[in-house]
Design a protein around this ligand. Structure first.
Ligand code: FES
Length: 275
């Protein structure tokens, strides 16, 4: 079950600016119905190139609707060159976070915006450069390299979450892994079995990682974390201070706490919050 911020829920339940702008100056369409995600963005400008109206239609999940709605709110009142600078990270931040499995919804918003602006400027939408790696979703090696770099991704699953590549038949996973390895500058690690940790050693390592890597970062924002229990690969924690009431707490837990513990203790760990 994904955790959504209040703002995502709000924009999903009451999406702003749904529809199509009549006589639009710019139109951007991305995705396809067959993949389950599609977005059409239309906007109108005044004589100073300020966006006065923008609407969207989407066929997608709650995150796609919320991301599109958020994007339209961010665009209205901006000049075209200001709107052009909106990135998918801005959309995610506006929404107070998105589950990592849904990051591609915000990327779809950014792509629709790029296409709509290109349409207004009469610039042909550039043919994708590079070699298609994922045939299911038409994603090229250059797009994967860009996502790896911009979001510092390190696993095939992360690439799928961000740009959908690899989310279909799975034939492209090996090539995506090669691109990840090239990006990280090392050869593939073949079948390297993680060291089996005893329970005591595991708990000790978890505590050390919390103290050294996690608590200092949370404390900077007025939060903290307490280890409650460890059961096999499940780690139960309690968020404290500012973190306990933060709308993005689940994202902090999964994207920061869990990733750090997987990196420094064991890759199979799952972090869960207890109240
Ligand atoms: S080719 Fe990438 S998922 Fe099918």
């Amino acid at each position: 079950m994904w955790e959504y911020s209040d703002k995502v829920k709000e924009h999903f339940l009451n999406p702003r600016n749904v529809g199509v702008v009549e006589n639009a100056d710019g139109i951007g369409e991305v995705g396809s119905m067959s993949c389950g995600d599609a977005l059409k963005l239309t906007f109108k400008l005044d004589e100073n190139e300020i966006i006065t109206d923008v609407k969207f239609q989407t066929f997608g999940c709650a995150s796609a609707i919320a991301s599109s709605s958020a994007l339209t709110e961010m665009m209205i009142g901006k000049t075209l060159s200001e709107a052009e600078k909106i990135t998918n990270d801005d959309i995610v931040a506006f929404l107070g976070g998105l589950p990592k499995e849904k990051m591609h919804c915000s990327v779809m918003g950014q792509e629709a915006l790029e296409k709509a602006i290109a349409c207004y400027r009469g610039v042909p939408v550039e043919e994708k450069e590079g070699e298609i790696v994922c045939e299911c979703f038409g994603v090229t090696d250059l797009e994967i390299q860009r996502a790896l770099k911009e979001h510092n991704l390190s696993a095939v699953e992360d690439v799928t979450n961000y740009i959908k590549a690899g989310g279909g038949c799975g034939k492209c996973h090996e090539r995506i892994q090669e691109l990840i390895n090239e990006f990280k500058g090392h050869e593939p690690v073949i079948d390297k079995k993680p060291e089996k940790l005893s329970n005591i050693k595991k708990i000790k390592l978890i505590e050390e990682t919390l103290e050294r890597e996690i608590k200092p970062a949370l404390k900077k924002d007025g939060g903290d974390i307490e280890l409650v229990d460890v059961d096999g690969s499940k780690i139960f924690v309690k968020l404290q201070g500012a973190c306990s009431s933060c709308s993005a707490a689940q994202i902090t837990l999964k994207e920061f706490v869990e990733k750090k513990l997987c990196e420094f203790v064991s890759p199979d760990l799952v972090v869960e919050e207890v109240s």
